[in-house]
Design a binder for this molecule. Structure first.
Ligand SMILES: [Zn+2]
Length: 271
């Protein structure tokens, strides 16, 4: 592809990333509360005033309005700005690593779904089925695509992932989490993992393949342990409070989508 055309395509994708980030804010707020995503149109949660289109431009509107509602002047949570900025940065990293490819589109959409999961699970302690289904759908796309193009474009040291590796990843990760769930319940007589975590792992296995998802399982546990250790050190750890594991799975999954294949490829190249 022509260099200029390629750059324009990437800028265009970046702008879509901003709009998707804006939509994620709607999703994060409405999905757990069961509110329709399309109607009513965006309004201020404080004063209910309808938000005009020019006050709904990703990133810019928040900065221009100084993080306050135009009507009631109450503060708009910083989360709205952070999600929009976060989503576009996650997309830029994907575009840099995977260029313009089907894998780039799949991983960018995966990143957005994971970002929504981070905020919804942290606040409400649930992972909506619709997001897990969306990720599983991305997994089906990758699995079918890999039958024709198993080589993941972009990075050095990548290895080709066969279509069956995605299927093994989906089934394997879910069974592994189910086993952990069952064991924990048997020993501690209470639930350690949520049903949402188990479904999320199955969906991630399907989109990452079994090797990357194993890496993701390990990494998410390490990230969660570090977080719990920091909490314990600050004496802020409350045993009775349910612990949202979703954000750690999401962070690990994003890192594994970006670097898992490359790391595994380099590792396999050692032999
Ligand atoms: Zn307002």
């Amino acid at each position: 592809m022509d260099g200029t055309v390629e750059l324009l395509c990437k800028i265009f994708l970046g702008l879509i990333g901003l709009c998707v980030g804006s939509f994620l804010n709607v999703l994060i707020y409405r999905l757990p509360l069961g509110i329709n995503l399309a109607s009513p149109p965006s309004h201020c949660p404080q004063c209910n005033a309808k938000i005009k289109w020019y006050d709904n431009i990703p990133l810019l509107s928040y900065l221009i309005l100084g993080g306050k509602c135009r009507n009631c002047k109450k503060k708009i949570p910083f989360r709205y700005f952070a999600v929009e900025l976060g989503n576009v940065l996650l997309w830029i990293a994907v575009l840099i690593l995977f260029d313009l490819s089907v894998y780039a589109v799949v991983y960018a959409l995966l990143a957005s779904a994971l970002l929504a999961i981070v905020f919804i699970d942290a606040e409400h302690g649930i992972i909506p089925d619709s997001l897990n289904l969306f990720i599983a759908g991305l997994g089906v796309v990758v699995t079918v695509y890999s039958i024709f193009y198993p080589e993941i474009a972009g990075m050095v040291g990548t290895y080709a992932v066969a279509w069956w590796e995605y299927l093994v990843g989906g089934a394997g990760a879910m069974l592994l989490y189910l086993a952990v769930y069952g064991l924990y319940k048997l020993i501690r007589k209470r639930e350690g993992l949520g049903g949402g975590d188990i479904k999320l792992m199955g969906a991630l296995g399907l989109v990452l393949g079994y090797r990357s998802v194993l890496l993701c399982i390990g990494l998410s546990a390490v990230l969660a342990c570090i977080y719990l250790a920091v909490l314990a050190a600050k004496r802020k750890l409350k045993a009775e409070k349910p612990f949202a594991f979703g954000p750690f799975i999401a962070a690990a999954a994003y890192l594994c989508a970006l670097f898992g294949n490359c790391l595994i490829g380099l590792y396999l190249g050692l032999f």
